[in-house]
Design a protein around this ligand. Structure first.
Ligand code: ASP
Length: 330
């Protein structure tokens, strides 16, 4: 009898131990980084092989920059800012140089950044002369007592901070201009998903800090000083070391209404869900209200989620194990 009891106790102990190991925390990567270059109607049949290669090359360049910052012990904030510079400086994406035009033929750019370590954040909205709006967002976060600055005030602040201010003609690209003209002349119907574009980056650094950043030209033909989700902390951007970092792209009004980025983090924080579960729930909510777009996110272990309900999203992922992936289509 004594032996049977001993055997039973041993079996119970083993099963408790094995339970423990099966619920143990996932392996934490030393670092990881995810990017996006906008979601929308992106179909292989509409892109030439040359143009497709240009996109893949630029995504690769951005991932390489982010990877080297993190590999060398740089912060997730530096990685996000410098990676986004590559995308902002390219005419391929709707951010910085490649920003779309408003109804009145101007470029009005928005950006935001958030530091998951202390929930500090900064943003600029409706700016027309700051070369790299993501850097202005970071300056707002680090060197002002505010979270969001807009228009001329944001430009004045950025110039006082020593950032590069450009003539508005810097943002002129023929492709974006022609697109606006086609819409104004009603030669092209503006569908829900083909006026999108934005760039974003989320990163986990070697110190376990998460950061997220988003930069955009907004939506073609926007009017009346419209601001989308990209500079809105909690809508287009969010980072919290305890949960995840998120950067969104898509029809901003819907992302603001749902508070997409913060909702993903809140589901993880309050309901103990995984990043995958939380992003699935929020994607369902977006679908329910017909909000088109997507997001990239990283959890605190460096696991990525890159999801969209459009036909494509320029996106990529790199991590400390040497994994590097780039995708365009769904
Ligand atoms: N979310 C951006 C906005 O609404 C646009 C986009 O990401 O495509 O301004």
């Amino acid at each position: 009898m004594k032996n049977v009891n001993l055997l039973l106790s041993a079996l119970i102990a083993i099963s408790i131990l094995s339970c423990k190991t099966s619920t143990k925390e996932p392996e934490k990567l030393k670092y990881a980084l995810c990017i996006h270059g906008g979601a929308g109607t992106i179909l292989k049949k509409n892109i030439t092989p040359e143009r497709e290669k240009e996109y893949y090359d630029k995504l690769d360049e951005a991932l390489t920059v982010g990877d080297s910052v993190l590999k060398n012990g740089g912060s997730a904030l530096d990685a996000v800012e410098l990676t986004i510079h590559i995308l902002e400086n390219s005419p391929l994406f709707n951010a910085g140089k490649g920003a779309v035009f408003t109804h009145s033929g101007k470029n009005e750019l928005d950006a935001s950044i958030m530091w998951g370590k202390d929930l500090n954040a900064g943003a600029v909205a409706g700016v027309g002369d700051i070369k790299n709006p993501i850097s202005a967002a970071r300056k707002v976060m680090e060197n002002s007592e505010h979270v969001m600055l807009s228009g001329e005030g944001a430009s004045l602040f950025a110039s006082q901070q020593g950032l590069s201010i450009v003539d508005s003609s810097y943002f002129f690209t023929e492709k974006r201009w022609n697109y606006l003209q086609q819409i104004l002349n009603k030669e092209r119907e503006m569908t829900r998903t083909d006026r999108h574009g934005t760039v974003g980056c989320v990163a986990l650094d070697k110190n376990g800090n998460l950061a997220a950043g988003t930069s955009t030209g907004g939506m073609t033909n926007k009017r009346f000083g419209r601001i989308g989700d990209s500079p809105v902390i909690g809508a287009g951007t969010y980072a919290n070391n305890n949960t995840c970092a998120v950067s969104c792209t898509g029809h901003g009004e819907f992302f603001i209404r749902l508070g997409v980025a913060k909702d993903i983090s809140a589901l993880m924080e309050y309901q103990n869900l995984s990043l995958n579960e939380a992003t699935d729930i929020v994607m369902d909510k977006l679908n329910n209200i017909d909000g088109s777009g997507g997001f990239v996110a990283l959890d605190k272990f460096g696991n990525p989620a890159m999801k969209m309900n459009t036909s494509g999203m320029y996106r990529g992922y790199v991590n400390s194990k040497g994994v590097k992936e780039k995708y365009i289509y769904k």
